[in-house]
Design a protein around this ligand. Structure first.
Ligand code: GLA
Length: 752
């Protein structure tokens, strides 16, 4: 619901109600002033929040006013612009070109309200191909504010969507060069909001990592000045994620304020939190401005990626669940993303064989898979060109007939003959220096003429900004996918961009390269997924180096990390769940000792941990013992049984490995799924390191307090309120790496 009233000065005041959250801003002398974002508030004139007692005399004002608080450097804003008196981090910076009214090269800009309209649903932005949330007329309302920079004539359209049943606001900005001179956009945040009465003391929770150690949570106290996380790698990256949450130091999973901000974007991003001397707090998310510029000739429009703002007054758990619902129900597309669609349980051959496989070896694994009730064999890297290690052939998307005689079809037929689906691996955005493709088209690699090109994993990056290159890639991928029955594609991306320039772009557009690369990727992914709608796509980037909402738009699941060690995965998977739904987090049971850490973990625990997301296997099934095979059979069946709970239920983080339990950290982890109707729940507890005298009464969440639940394993019956307040008894000596899964089912209340 979006309401518009008037301020005391007769200017519009917008109140966006999204679920049980409010987002309020108003117009003051044409400036868009942010008033509130948090748990729902009344339909009041919140302009009283703007009052400040005196302020810095050195701070300029755009005009003379009796409102002593009004200076752009102090006023909370919706789209703070550079160069006209707000010295805090700006959401917008423009370099004006020659031929207009303004000094060529000058960068000041101002954003002033002109008009607004409110539409039901969420209309697409014409001409835009970027991934975005979809919502119909019953699910959301959209406010579009049109504004301009009066001096240059540049126009802005600010899009705000309020989801009706989720505490989520979506924001995007479109910049139209309605002036007569070219301009360069130097900075454009997708969302920026100033908290005039911020939670204190405030912290920024964000997800950091590296290869094999993705998305660990960190909470950083905010200070006067700026705290930021970003990627300048050409991908959303292992190192930081385009997600952060503004919290109070007292916020935990169940209580306290949290405002999550997530950017639906796969490229360079920046999320920052800035605290000014008056305690105002600016939170913003957008394309990272380092090296970025975008030329807009008169009449051209630039549309920012979409930002998601998720609000909770009841802790981080509620914020995450809102994001989970938004992404899985309103962002992921295609038949595999649907609520009722099962996902196949795969066995991937990467950790089973690496590059050393042939058709017979794959079929031997597939036979065991069929015997265990596994649904799909995925053939990973190494099936094309002369790719027997990672030193060649990316770009030569032609089957290696020494490994797979007769091409993909005979192998696919043999796999399907066993009753399994068949998937393959691709890394389309890359080119090996040792490849026929590179020898034929050296200019197809992204590079700067006259400068040596850095290699990473022996490969270069393809110039995805070029339509001709993308057309070629579409043809090459389509030819492979049409050559046999293929049910699944793992779309990998194994290095970051360097020396990024394109021979196809003029000098003034080289600053567009990183964003154009991402737009090129979206274009190609859009075409391939549309041409092959029955194929399940899984995103991947050296593990989870591009785990972001934009990739989820094309692939409803993403490979989470190349670290498949179950104990390491606890931090990675639970960290990922702060923003991303478990139904997108791809988790495989791999061999023990684990290939990355050497740690030994039981088959049972590896299964329990992998069932926290999209379940599968990544080991040589021909090497399993009879006992392990029996367990694999049960696990595959169980994972299919619980899939509706994982896909549609609510996820609760109960204990993080970093939590202190019984006076110690790093000892255990626990989480649970609860079905939408609260009739069913699945609790997982993992003992990371054994403790002497352990006492665990695990307080559950999300149950119906008045209902009675049967604990399937023991037959014991307890009420929801007891399980949530007194806790589930898990007190038992458990060894390192031992785990337990507990299933709860609502039982009818007995009469009498
Ligand atoms: C990346 C992926 C792995 C595997 C290899 C193949 O590292 O994350 O899962 O596909 O590439 O080269």
């Amino acid at each position: 619901m979006i309401s518009v009233t008037e301020t005391s000065a007769g200017e519009p005041l917008f109140h966006l109600r999204a679920g049980d959250a409010s987002y309020v801003f108003s117009v003051f002398h044409g400036y868009l002033l942010h008033l509130y974002c948090g748990p729902a508030v009344g339909e009041d004139d919140l302009e009283y929040l703007l009052v400040r007692v005196g302020h810095d005399s050195v701070v300029p004002r755009p005009f003379d006013t009796s409102e002593t608080w009004f200076s752009l450097d102090i006023a909370p804003q919706e789209i703070p612009a550079y160069g006209t008196g707000d010295y805090r981090p700006s959401a917008l910076m423009i370099r004006h070109g020659a031929g207009g009214k303004l000094t060529p090269g000058s960068t000041a800009v101002s954003v002033r309200y002109l008009s607004h309209e409110i539409l039901p649903g969420k209309p697409p932005i014409p001409g835009d191909i970027q991934p975005a949330v979809r919502a119909n007329e019953d699910e959301a309302d959209t406010l579009i504010v049109t504004a301009e920079d009066p001096a240059s004539g540049v126009r802005f359209r600010l899009y705000y969507t309020a989801m009706r049943s989720l505490p989520v606001i979506l924001r995007r900005t479109a910049v139209e060069n309605a002036s007569s001179a070219p301009l360069d956009l130097l900075r454009i945040a997708s969302a920026s909001l100033d908290f005039v009465s911020p939670v204190e003391p405030a912290e920024l929770l964000h997800l950091w990592g590296t290869w094999g150690r993705e998305r660990h949570t960190e909470r950083t106290p905010l200070c006067h000045g700026t705290v930021s996380v970003s990627s300048r790698r050409g991908a959303s990256s292992h190192h930081h994620n385009p997600f952060a949450a503004l919290v109070s130091s007292r916020t935990d999973e169940r209580s306290g304020p949290a405002v999550g901000i997530s950017l639906i974007y796969s490229g360079n991003f920046e999320i920052l939190a800035d605290v000014d001397p008056f305690g105002s707090l600016r939170l913003s998310a957008g394309i990272d401005p380092t090296g970025f510029s975008w030329r807009l000739d008169p009449g051209e429009v630039f549309v920012s990626p979409e930002a998601v703002i998720a609000v909770s007054g009841e802790g981080l758990g509620k914020m995450s669940r809102a994001l989970h619902r938004l992404f899985r129900d309103h962002l992921c597309r295609g038949k595999w993303a649907e609520r009722s669609s099962p996902r196949p349980v795969p066995v991937n051959n990467w950790e089973a064989t690496y590059f050393r496989f042939d058709a017979d070896k794959l079929v031997s694994i597939a036979k065991e898979a069929a015997d265990c009730g596994i649904d799909m064999l995925v053939m990973d890297d190494g099936w094309f060109g002369r790719r027997n290690d990672d030193r060649s052939s990316l770009g030569d998307w032609v089957v290696n007939e020494e490994k797979l005689p007769g091409g993909l079809k005979p192998l696919s037929d043999r796999i399907h003959g066993l009753g399994l689906k068949f998937g393959i691996w691709f890394e389309p955005e890359m080119i090996s220096p040792d490849s026929d493709l590179y020898r034929a088209h050296p200019d197809w690699a992204l590079h700067t003429e006259g400068r040596p090109l850095s290699v990473a994993r022996n490969q270069y990056v393809i110039d995805m900004t070029r339509p001709d290159v993308r057309d070629w890639l579409f043809g090459a991928i389509s030819a492979v996918l049409s050559s046999a029955r293929i049910d699944y594609v793992k779309w990998d991306f194994n290095r970051n961009l360097t020396e990024a320039a394109s021979l196809s772009l003029p000098e003034e557009r080289q600053g567009e390269i990183f964003h154009r690369f991402v737009l090129g990727l979206y274009d190609l992914l859009g075409r391939v997924t549309a041409a092959f709608p029955d194929i399940l796509f899984e995103g991947c980037s050296s593990g989870g180096g591009r785990f972001d909402p934009a990739m989820l738009y094309y692939s409803p699941q993403i490979w989470t990390s190349d670290d498949t060690d179950a104990m390491e995965r606890l931090d990675i998977q639970l960290g990922t769940s702060f923003c991303y739904p478990p139904s997108s987090i791809s988790c495989h049971v791999s061999a023990s000792p684990n290939h990355q850490t050497g740690r030994e973990t039981s088959f049972l625990t590896r299964g329990h941990v992998a069932m926290a997301g999209v379940f599968g296997y990544e080991l040589d099934l021909t090497k399993l013992t009879a006992e392990e095979k029996e367990l694999a059979r049960k696990q595959a069946e169980e994972s299919r049984r619980i899939w509706p709970l994982v896909r549609n239920g609510d996820f609760y983080r109960l204990i993080l490995p970093s939590d202190t339990v019984n006076g110690k950290t790093g000892r255990c982890a626990a989480w649970m799924f609860v079905s939408e109707d609260r009739s069913e729940a699945l609790v997982t507890f993992v003992s990371i390191r054994a403790s002497i005298h352990p006492v665990y009464f695990l307080r559950l969440e999300g149950l119906d307090p008045d209902a009675r639940y049967e604990i399937e394993e023991t037959g014991e019956i307890l009420s929801g309120s007891t399980l949530m307040n007194a806790g589930l008894n898990l007190t038992k000596n458990r060894r390192d790496g031992e785990s337990v899964v507990i299933r709860l089912k609502k039982t009818p209340v007995r009469e009498g």
